[in-house]
Design a protein. Structure first.
Length: 168
């Protein structure tokens, strides 16, 4: 007769297998992005992230199309999925925003998702932009390279955004 804990492990393993996650694997990222967004509005990015262990960190890396370095923002779990809000792209300053998601588990296994692109368009041309509902919440954005300086790129709306420069 199987013990209760062995039965629970079996159920959990079967559930994780159904979600596309295997033991000793990095997290699985499921993200269905939009193809456009609008200028001067914060961008909401959400994804389902599953792991055989525990997801310890989820981030969205982003940059104006064609730039060399990415910035990143932490994603937080809202009870259903992991979400983050990105600074608003400024009107007329960029054609597209590139981004990808990255998640790590408590065993330090990391997976990077596919590169996505949001074309910046007027609201009439972008019927379902991933616009963040909450616009007054402060955002924190992190640099990934010291050459990015100590301010967020002026292609983004800086109001309400704290920028953390890369020290090394």
């Amino acid at each position: 007769m199987r013990s209760r804990s062995a039965a629970l492990v079996g159920i959990l393993s079967a559930s994780l297998g159904a979600a596309g996650v295997s033991a000793d694997e990095p997290p699985n990222i499921e993200h269905q992005g939009s193809n456009c967004t609008v200028p001067d509005q914060r961008v909401s990015v959400c994804a389902s992230i599953f792991d055989d262990q525990m997801v310890s960190k989820a981030r969205v890396f982003f940059r104006p199309q064609g730039e060399r370095y990415f910035n990143y923002a932490e994603m937080s779990f809202n009870g259903l999925e992991y979400c983050s809000v990105l600074p608003a792209p400024r009107q007329g300053k960029m054609k597209a925003l590139e981004y990808y998601l990255q998640a790590s588990d408590d065993a330090f296994q990391t997976r990077r998702g596919n590169m996505n692109q949001l074309v910046i368009q007027e609201s009439e041309a972008c019927p379902f932009p991933p616009v963040a509902q909450e616009t007054s919440t402060p955002l924190t954005v992190y640099a990934t390279h010291k050459k990015q300086g100590d301010k967020l790129d002026d292609k983004f709306v800086r109001e309400g955004v704290s920028f953390i420069a890369k020290s090394r």
